[in-house]
Design a protein around this ligand. Structure first.
Ligand code: GUN
Ligand code: FE
Length: 440
């Protein structure tokens, strides 16, 4: 298949709004796909010459072709938690989230929501997600199965949680270890699936379970680890009181060997300098979840200063659905722009789109496979229309540059701006990827 349109991809992180060397852009461009992979991209004239005779063309002119968006932190069992009113993190977990996640012990329910989740992500232009499942191993099976049917690159794990949660939502240190090992054997490296060791956070794991998570990390050093860190003041105080010997919240994870270049720490809002240094030195990733941080009133992630400090943090961006309020990485970056603005900084639109494509791919150590449109990478692609709604089209009359167009997409765009999403070369929008989209 040949996909034709205006091709935009990032080569490295933009240094500012005028950094035209940071990206490659072809006004009359194309991407050639074979066997789910990108085999050529660039000027239409050249790429079309490389295409086999009779190759089908999807003509998306005048829309933008970009690498599919990457969401580095989301909870698939929280689709029916979004828009839960009036609580901050710990109350929100107890009142809304835990009761909802308890339903995922039912494999039919988990399977139905897994289909919805991946369809909804694709509708919003997201082609890879790092997802938390519920405590139930069958919830992870459901999500991995749904992703496999779509040939989608997914990182996911069953949540490990053995305390401070309802009885029907806890495992134990040995069962969490055994279930995780079984899921790793079943799913990690199968097709495009990757398993993430997923202790929910220090509050819901006993020291014995943290030991187990550390043991899993030592036995599988190539696996991602995902957890939550320093999201909310009450959460921090409770976590530190449960681990009185730790110097601070980050120190808890360090002590069990859970920091490192494959470790994804959701939120990281209220870090001390010591904690930020520790995350930086270990190469850990701090995940910015703007819609969630604002919705739950958790605080403002200091994106610009984290990246510019003497010991910079590796940073990723994510929805954190269902603490987060939208599946769209466009909506997410719009809220991110505002959260960064409240701290006296601006994030230019080139950097913003770098972040949700190549930047997030690099943070996940997956840039050889996704996020770049590079030859040999997977054909995970989004087609964007900055004039998708009347208001966007009207605003676009005043947009003169590519950066302005991207900013309109980010500020006014949502799923309506996503014309099509390709996962491994297959069009996802308007089809229900693998499943029938029907649930209980
Ligand atoms: N901390 C522990 N679990 C969660 C969760 O599900 N959502 C958010 N936002 N924070 C958490
Ligand atoms: Fe989260």
């Amino acid at each position: 298949t040949l996909i034709r349109g205006r091709v935009l991809t990032f080569l490295r992180e933009p240094q500012g709004p005028g950094d035209h060397q940071a990206y490659s852009y072809e006004e009359d461009g194309a991407v050639l796909i074979d066997g789910g992979r990108i085999v050529a991209s660039g000027a239409y004239g050249e790429v079309s010459r490389a295409a086999a005779p009779g190759c089908t063309t999807a003509d998306h002119r005048p829309h933008l072709i970009m690498p599919g968006f990457i969401d580095t932190h989301a909870h698939f069992p929280q689709m029916q938690v979004i828009a839960s009113f009036g609580a901050e993190l710990l109350d929100w977990l107890n009142k809304y989230t835990f009761p909802e996640e308890a339903r995922f012990g039912d494999p039919a329910h988990a399977a139905g929501i897994a289909e919805f989740f991946l369809d909804e992500l694709a509708r919003h232009g997201t082609t890879t997600v790092a997802a938390y499942c519920s405590v139930h191993p069958q919830s992870a099976d459901a999500l991995f199965e749904a992703a496999a049917r779509r040939d989608m690159c997914i990182i996911a794990g069953k949540v490990m949680m053995d305390r401070n949660a309802p009885d029907n939502l806890v495992d134990t240190p040995p069962t969490s270890y055994d279930d995780t090992q079984a899921l790793i054997r079943r799913w990690h490296g199968k097709g495009r699936a990757r398993y993430a060791i997923t202790p929910r956070f220090a509050i819901t794991s006993s020291p014995e379970q943290m030991e187990m998570a550390g043991a899993l990390a030592r036995e599988h050093p190539d696996l991602h680890i995902q957890t939550h860190l320093s999201e909310n003041r009450d959460e921090i105080a409770l976590a530190c009181s449960l681990y009185p010997e730790a110097p601070d919240y980050t120190g808890i994870y360090e002590r069990y060997g859970l920091t490192g270049p494959k470790s994804l720490f959701g939120h990281c809002i209220h870090l001390s300098e010591r904690e930020a240094d520790a995350l930086s030195e270990s190469g850990s990733v701090a995940v910015f979840c703007p819609t969630s941080n604002l919705f739950l009133g958790s605080g403002l992630f200091d994106y610009q200063r984290y990246r510019r400090r003497a010991k910079p943090l590796r940073v990723a961006v994510a929805t954190d659905v269902g603490g987060g309020t939208n599946y769209s990485m466009l909506r997410t970056m719009d809220e991110g722009y505002k959260a960064i603005g409240l701290q006296g900084e601006k994030l230019n639109p080139l950097s913003s789109f770098w972040q949700i494509t190549r930047g997030n791919a690099e943070a996940l150590a997956l840039a050889d496979e996704i996020g770049t449109l590079g030859n040999g990478t997977s054909a995970d692609i989004v087609i964007l229309d900055a004039g998708a709604t009347p208001a966007m089209a009207l605003r676009m009359e005043r947009a003169k540059t590519l950066a302005e167009e991207l900013f309109v997409l980010q500020t006014l765009g949502d799923d309506r701006a996503v014309v099509q999403t390709y996962v491994a070369g297959k069009a996802m929008k308007g089809s229900t990827g693998g499943g029938d989209g029907i649930r209980d």
